[in-house]
Write a protein that binds this ligand. Structure first.
Ligand code: ADP
Ligand code: MG
Length: 266
């Protein structure tokens, strides 16, 4: 049975899509069977894996609305993962789903049909806390929260954790928070480290180690239709995602990067 990880944060530009593509490629390198799901109407994951969302006829939209089984829509990608692609039609899907009973469960039910064919399913959520992200969280065993370490980043984490608590209560009691993944991380500044420590103490979440350093290599990869695991396979960023993939594949929980919270910060 596939283990489903949702990668979610309602803020855009925090490396959700990059993390899904990179973790998918790294898990594939480990010989795991991986399906990536693009749940963002902007279809950046689909594009960054070499498919043109503007010319795709079938997409995750058809699957969420129950028009097609996922197997017909899934495509293979050069990085080794399979992909359930998105197109801009997904934007309209949100409105249609809202009028349906059981709307939060559309993805979970669809993935149930193909769960035996994969070891891992990674879901790239859109930058909102709407019905698509709720579908991702309802289908997931675990959620990974990429966090760009800047002032006020923690506020978004608080709102997302509230949503996770709602999902646990209402649609998916088995959902666990795997942890917060620091991305676009600048280890040279005390500020990045302070933000991570603040989030850890405020919310008592696991901070996943190692952080993903900011590197120009990441900006180049999507335009080449491959993940950084291929375009810069020996870079620090690629190695960091490999370390997370090994931890995920090994079944272990993430490790804490920050020290025990100082007394008096709660
Ligand atoms: P999201 O899916 O959260 O909106 P993306 O994965 O699309 O975020 O990343 C936003 C932008 O940041 C993209 O241009 C991506 O190439 C770039 N990026 C992601 N991770 C890094 C990194 N570690 N260093 C530098 N740029 C990065
Ligand atoms: Mg994205």
């Amino acid at each position: 049975m596939a283990r489903v990880l949702a990668v979610a944060n309602q803020k855009g530009g925090v490396a959700k899509t990059t993390s899904v593509a990179s973790l998918g490629a790294a898990l594939s390198e480990l010989g795991r069977r991986v399906l990536l799901v693009d749940l963002d109407p902007q279809a950046c994951l689909t594009f960054s894996l070499g498919l043109d969302p503007d010319t795709l006829e079938l997409s995750v939209h058809d699957v969420l609305l129950g028009r097609l089984p996922p197997g017909i829509v899934i495509r293979s990608t050069p990085d080794g993962s399979d992909l359930l692609p998105a197109t801009i039609e997904l934007a309209g899907c949100e409105a249609i789903l809202l009028s349906r009973t059981g709307r939060e469960h559309a993805l979970r039910l669809a993935l149930g049909e193909i769960a035996a064919e994969y070891d891992f399913v990674l879901v790239d959520c859109p930058p909102s806390l709407g019905v698509l992200t709720i579908n991702g969280l309802t289908a997931a065993d675990e959620v990974v929260i990429p966090l760009q370490c800047e002032t006020l980043s923690h506020r978004g984490v608080g709102q997302l954790l509230d949503t996770v608590a709602d999902v646990q209560r209402l649609t998916n009691p088995r959902l666990r928070v795997r942890g917060v993944l620091p991305t676009l991380f600048d280890g040279r500044t005390a500020h990045s480290r302070a933000v991570v420590l603040d989030v850890e103490t405020r919310y008592q979440v696991t901070i996943l180690d190692p952080p993903i350093a900011r590197s120009v290599r990441f900006a180049e990869a999507p335009g080449l239709g491959r993940s950084i695991l291929t375009t810069a396979g020996r870079s620090k960023g690629a190695e960091a995602y490999r370390a997370h993939a090994r931890a995920i594949a090994g079944g272990g929980a993430g490790t804490d990067v920050a020290a025990t919270p100082p007394a008096g910060t709660q």
